[in-house]
Write a new protein. Structure first.
Length: 632
């Protein structure tokens, strides 16, 4: 299949696209048209041009028409154990239609933006689907972002309406979302944009409406209006290239980028990647722990699985509440067969010990998945051996907000796995490793990861800034999409992501990826997590500075410092040995759980007044803790 997808991409993807419902078929001569080469004019990518379809119709109605209306589309597990719910495909359609009808009634139509700031209630995917049904463009903002971050995104995409809920509990802590939205709306007004309607879901188990701050005229209770609308709503047929959503990247490397995806190609790509990368079967119960505020929640909580008619579990809570066994309790409760999560979660559960896992049967698990960062081989092994009882293949899926769907991933069972490698490209994807000059390097090598040719799920622009799109992704290496990641290929052709190229450390001429050193540190039994950055070094050019979080209860000691350094020495070589270990009670992470090395670089260099934007950090307090510990 891979060979065919490269030799005849138009034929390959057309056959797959044929299985979806298209109101009008695409122009057969324009399955794919693209220019990735800035020297030949503006960069553009299109797939299935002229085709008319609707992703909501395909994800919901098509399953009902195939006789699966009574199948569960979504299970919901709340923050508190015992709090749950579910929706069949028919019920899901009714909810989606009611909201779509409401949106239409207040003048939201094709091409209008809608900002969604909701926690993981079923109302979140429902809201995404309702927008898609009427051709509106959703922009989901992770409901952990601050008022300023939310305001920034609102001002950027100018929504007709903002959707939120009054409050939510995350673990034991109630969070007053509506207050954050209120502050964001004041802030965006100051910046010249005012939002007309704030549709607010009353999350009754957490907060009653009488306790919620309210601005009459602007604020509307979801439960007061939406439920009055009919449960049927006609579909707006959109062009394959009409925008489906805007989503800002996690901001690991700087100011978030407003990534725009379109309808047709994204639909075909997310559905197909989901099906093959997880070896999906109709009897599966699928759980992805990502929030819909990230691309993973777009492509692999909402669209990809529903397009396959899957039963999806949506989890509102956090993985360590009430205790570190929560995930496995949920796996047993719903008989989850496919479990997809992030290395940061795997590492944190590994630190909490095996007993929390082995207490539960996990018999239903069949396939595991990982996304977000390179997974350290030791975390991979723990995930495989302890969580998966050495019987579940792990799909280590490498991809990006920009790529819409998986770019490299194992196909479970299809070839031998190597812990920590994302293995091989998905159908239609042609990864190349290039050197500084943009020359492709063959065979065993290491360099900059680029993609040759487009694929259906590729993003089409950065919203309102096509220049930045070209400059960031297509100018660095002419003719290629540049991923920003470093990668090496081993003698068997397996791919190993080495981290972001901006983070590569050059020690006495050796180029060292952050992932490699971190994995060596994490393989030390007393190290829970590690992040390395480069610092200026008189002799070596750059030295390695490692931030290390220890397993709970392990005290800092000189002996341990030495043993960590020697671990790197023996696993990689003396040239990669950290010059400095900085004990870290916690690491600065984005709200999607990724380590933000640019902040660590500043701390290591003692440039404390140049920390830059730390608003996308999950816990900005970590930064102060690290600074306070600088002399350990
Ligand atoms: P920003 O672009 O704003 O800095 P970000 O790159 O973290 O943020 P995302 O699109 O959410 O935003 O993340 C994509 C990046 O995550 C990839 O470029 C890669 O660095 C990393 N990544 C994702 N999955 C994997 C994986 N399986 N293995 C290695 N790295 C991964
Ligand atoms: Mg990125």
């Amino acid at each position: 299949m891979y060979e065919r997808s490269i030799k005849d991409p138009a034929g390959f993807w057309s056959e797959i696209a044929d299985a979806f419902y298209w109101k009008e078929k695409w122009n057969p001569s324009e399955v794919c048209s693209e220019n990735l080469d800035v020297s030949k004019g503006p960069v553009h990518i299109s797939w299935f041009k002229g085709g008319k379809t609707n992703i909501c119709y395909n994800a919901v109605d098509r399953n009902i028409e195939a006789g699966n209306g009574d199948k569960i589309a979504m299970y919901w597990e709340g923050n508190e154990p015992g709090q749950d719910g579910k929706l069949t495909y028919s019920e899901l359609r009714e909810k989606v239609c009611q909201l779509a009808n409401y949106l239409k009634s207040v003048g939201v139509g094709k091409g209008d933006a809608v900002v969604i700031y909701l926690p993981m209630l079923l109302e979140l995917p429902i809201a995404m689907l309702a927008c898609a049904r009427i051709g509106a463009v959703h922009s989901v903002v992770f409901a952990g972002f601050s008022a300023d971050s939310l305001a920034q995104r609102i001002v950027d995409c100018k929504p007709k309406l903002v959707l939120t809920c009054n409050a939510v509990k995350r673990g034991p802590k109630p969070i007053l979302l509506k207050d954050i939205v209120d502050a964001a709306l004041v802030e965006s007004e100051k910046n010249g944009f005012s939002v007309g309607i704030c549709l607010t879901y009353e999350n009754q188990s957490v907060m009653k409406r009488q306790d919620t701050k309210w601005q009459a005229g602007r604020d509307v209770w979801w439960q007061d209006v939406v439920t009055n609308f009919p449960t049927k709503c006609d579909v707006e047929w959109v062009d394959a290239e009409d925008p489906l959503f805007l989503l800002y990247t996690s901001g690991s490397t700087g100011k978030p980028k407003g990534v725009m995806h379109t309808s047709g190609g994204y639909m075909v790509y997310t559905a197909t990647t989901f099906k093959y990368a997880f070896d999906y079967k109709p009897t599966d119960i699928y759980w992805c722990t990502a929030d819909c505020g990230w691309i993973t929640g777009h492509s692999y909580v909402t669209y990809g699985p529903l397009l396959n008619g899957a039963a999806v579990l949506v989890f509102e809570g956090t993985p360590n509440y009430p205790d570190a066994g929560r995930c496995w309790d949920i796996v047993d409760k719903y008989k989850v067969s496919i479990f997809y999560t992030a290395p940061t979660l795997v590492r944190s559960l590994m630190r909490d010990g095996n007993e929390y896992v082995t207490r539960y049967s996990r018999k239903s698990l069949r396939v595991l998945g990982s996304v977000g960062e390179p997974i350290n081989p030791s975390a991979w092994r723990w995930f495989y051996n302890v969580v998966g009882d050495s019987k579940c293949p792990i799909s280590d899926t490498w991809w990006q907000t920009e790529t819409g769907g998986f770019m490299m991933t194992p196909l479970p069972g299809a070839w031998p796995q190597k812990p920590g490698s994302a293995t091989f490209p998905f159908f239609g994807v042609q990864p190349v490793i290039v050197d500084e000059k943009g020359q492709e390097i063959e065979g065993e090598c290491s360099g900059y990861l680029c993609i040759k040719k487009s694929w259906p799920g590729a993003f089409r622009t950065l919203y309102g800034d096509h220049d930045r799109y070209e400059t960031t992704y297509f100018k660095p290496f002419a003719g290629y999409y540049f991923t920003g990641d470093g990668c090496s290929r081993d003698k068997d052709g397996y791919h190993w992501l080495t981290g972001r190229v901006d983070d590569v450390i050059n020690v006495s001429g050796h180029r060292i990826g952050t992932a490699e050193v971190e994995s060596a540190l994490v393989s030390h039994p007393q190290c829970a997590e590690a992040a390395v950055v480069g610092v200026e070094h008189e002799v070596k050019g750059q030295g390695i500075y490692a931030f290390v979080t220890l397993v709970d209860g392990v005290p800092y000691s000189e002996e341990l410092r030495k043993s960590l350094i020697s671990k790197v020495r023996t696993q990689i070589g003396a040239f990669a040995a950290p010059d400095r270990i900085h004990w870290a009670p916690g690491l600065p992470k984005t709200r999607s759980g990724k380590i933000m090395r640019r902040i660590l670089r500043k701390i290591a260099a003692k440039q404390l007044d140049e920390l830059g934007d730390i608003s996308t950090l999950a816990d900005p307090g970590v930064v102060d803790q690290l600074i306070a510990l600088k002399d350990c």
